[in-house]
Every structure is written in C-alpha cells, then in structure tokens.
Design a protein around this ligand. Structure first.
Ligand code: TXA
Ligand code: MG
Length: 352
C-alpha cells in the first residue's frame, strides 16, 4: 500500500485522516510525546492491523486515546477515586492511567488482561482527530516493534512506509519520550513506565506515595505488570554503552572505551557540561543539553538515536542524568537502549 503523507495544518487533511480511521484503516498522528499509530480502538479488526503493521506481539496491550475524561466511563468497570484528581491535574497530557476494563474494550487492546490503559493527549491535532472520529483511538508509538519511538513524521515513514495508510505530519513532538503509565488498579498508584509526567508531580497532586513497580529497566525477571516493558526496547541499531557515577569516574571509563573504539563509527552522546572535559576524544559528538535540564535531553534523545544510526554509527557512549524529574524517564529509556546494562565505574566490584 502507498502511505499518504498528510499536512496536519490543512483542515481537509484532518478530515481525510478521520475518514480513513472511521473506515478501519491505520493513520499515524502526532501527540505531545511521540507519534502514535492510530486505529479505531473498539474495532478488533482495525486494532489487529496495528499489530501486523508494527510486527508487535499480541502480548503487548495498547493505549486508548480519548478526547476528554468523560469518554473513559464506557471503557471501565469502575472509576478509582484518584482518577478525577489526576484527570483534572494532568489531562490533556502525557499521563496514561491503567483502569479496570469494561466489556466494551476488545481483548486485543488489553492483551486479554483485566485492565485498560487510557490517556488524553495534549496535542491539538490528536484531539481534533479523535473528536472527528468520535470514538477512542488505539495508538501505540508509530515505530516498528523494538525500535525507538518517532518524534517527527519522517521517522514514522522510515519504519512504516508501505505498511500503513497515512501519516499526519504535525511537526516535531514536544516531550519526546512516551507518557507515564500509572496503574490505578492496585491498593496504591504505581508507575509502570516513567514518562512525561514526573513521579514528583504525581505525588504532589495525589498527596501520597507513588511507587515505581516491577518494570524497572534492566529487570526482566520481575513479573511483567506491563508486558510491553521488555528491557531491550526503545533501542537504536548501534550498541549503547551507558555509564553512571561521578564525573571523574565516568570520564575515565568513557575515555578508555572511546580510545579503544573506531572513531569513525563511535559517537559520544554528551551533556553540555561534559563536552569540555572530554574535548580530547575523537568521534561524533551530540550535545544533549544541560544535565540540569533532562527535559531537553528527553526531547532530543530518539532523534539522536535515529540520526546516529543513519550515519553508520555502531557504538554510542552516554551517561545517566540526575534521576529527578524527567531524568527518571530519560534514564529508563537509556537503560533499555543499553539492554539493561549500566556500567558503574568506581562502584565496588563493578568497574566498567
Ligand atoms: O506517549 C505514549 O504513551 C505514546 C503515544 C502515542 O500516546 N504511546 C505509547 O504506546 O507509547 P506504546 O504501545 O508504545 O506503549 C504503551 C505501554 C506499553 O508498555 C504497554 O505494555 C503499556 O503501555 N500498557 C498498555 N495497556 C496496558 C495495561 N492494560 N496494563 C499495563 N500496561 C499497559
Ligand atoms: Mg512503543
């Protein structure tokens, strides 16, 4: 099939995209986090096309995107009391909540589980599209399974040209990493995937502790509350070597490995503060912005991965950010890209 590239700024393009979706077809569209691959969410045949196009296993459930919180009612058996507070504070926005599902939701959407994930995206194109279709839109990130999520329309085409009906081009996404997935089915709210809404923000609004559950990157032995959260995920083709620790220890480990690596196929993904201390190293360098501003690095990360792949880079050296705020989501994605291996130079018995 030919994949149409539609300019989201044109009203007729939005209507065309809505028509395709209503007809059960696949349309990729921008959200504030990453591009999603949309299909009518309550139509199993349409949702099945998503799995085929992405090469995604059926064990991985998808998020339903709705236009506002009132749409959640028909999708759930009950509404946890915290939901209203969260919706008020964070919707539209990069927060996905996992709720007890109703019989309206196809098994394919939930991977047969008893819960459904829902969010209201904070992007005018996404919201207008959902309103025009008039029903929830199932949308995983619009990449081939296992690849990094697309943050511009061109990334979607790299992975899915010829496999989907259309891409609505709405420019670059703002957040750059996926939504936070928060499970409200248990006794306590628990983060299944750190993302665009920080744990600190959730705790401040809820006034209670929010746990980071099971799915910690690097631990595939923990029970998979969120089956999509396999460690090797969100990865470039290049090998990613991730370093964590104080400046001096990280610099000397990075320096040693960089010197052993082929500078033509090695890249340093650096925070601005690290550019100067590591200026002696050869190889491609990418500036992720200040370590004090992980939101900027999160915004740039996936595009940097794709760009380095396109330039034939085989090895990427990168360090973790301080874990506060969006640093948690950034470190989670870096850890997954590094297949769960974090080098902690200087830490006891675990030198790089
Ligand atoms: O920002 C985002 O969330 C983007 C945009 C397009 O909205 N979407 C996205 O979807 O990242 P996807 O499918 O790539 O990731 C959704 C994650 C997966 O890890 C999946 O396992 C988890 O949410 N998930 C979906 N339904 C779930 C459920 N019922 N219970 C637990 N986890 C669920
Ligand atoms: Mg994804």
């Amino acid at each position: 099939m030919e994949t149409l590239l539609l300019d989201a700024a044109r009203p007729e393009a939005l209507e065309h995209a809505a028509q395709l979706l209503r007809a059960g077809r696949l349309v990729a569209f921008p959200t504030e986090t990453v591009y999603g691959l949309g299909a009518r969410g309550l139509d199993p045949d349409a949702v099945e096309r998503i799995f085929i196009a992405k090469g995604r296993p059926h064990s991985d459930p998808v998020i339903l995107h709705v236009a506002d919180a009132t749409w959640v009612r028909e999708l759930v058996r009950e509404t946890p009391p915290l939901l209203a507070t969260l919706a008020e504070a964070f919707w539209p926005g990069p927060l996905t909540v996992v709720l007890p599902r109703s019989a309206r939701v196809p098994d394919l959407v939930t991977a047969g589980m008893d819960s459904v994930a829902v969010r209201v995206p904070a992007h005018p194109v996404a919201l207008e599209l959902i309103r025009r279709v008039g029903e929830p839109i199932a949308a995983p990130s619009a990449n081939l399974f296992g690849r990094t999520s697309p943050t511009v329309a061109h990334h979607v085409l790299q992975d899915l040209a010829g496999r989907i009906d259309a891409v609505l081009d709405g420019g670059s996404t703002t957040v750059g990493v996926e939504s936070t997935v928060l499970d409200l089915c248990g006794e306590q709210p628990a983060i299944l995937r750190p993302g665009g809404i920080t744990r600190e923000a959730l705790e401040a609004v809820l006034g209670c502790a929010v746990y980071l559950r099971g799915a910690a990157a690097g631990d595939d032995t923990a029970p998979q509350r969120s089956p999509g959260l396999l460690t090797r995920h969100y990865s470039p083709r290049a090998e990613v070597l991730l370093y964590d620790g104080p400046d001096a220890a990280v610099y000397s480990a990075v320096r040693r490995v960089a010197r052993e690596s082929d500078p033509r196929t090695t890249a340093l993904l650096l925070f601005s503060e690290d550019l100067e201390p590591l200026r002696d190293l050869a190889g491609e360098r990418v500036d992720l912005g200040s370590r004090a501003d992980p939101a900027q690095a999160a915004h740039a990360l996936y595009a940097a991965f794709r760009d380095l792949d396109a330039r034939g880079i085989r090895r990427i050296l990168v360090r973790t950010a301080p874990p506060a705020g969006l640093g948690a989501a950034l470190n989670d994605r870096l850890t997954r890209a590094a297949s769960g291996r974090v080098h902690r130079p200087g830490a006891d018995g675990n030198a790089a």
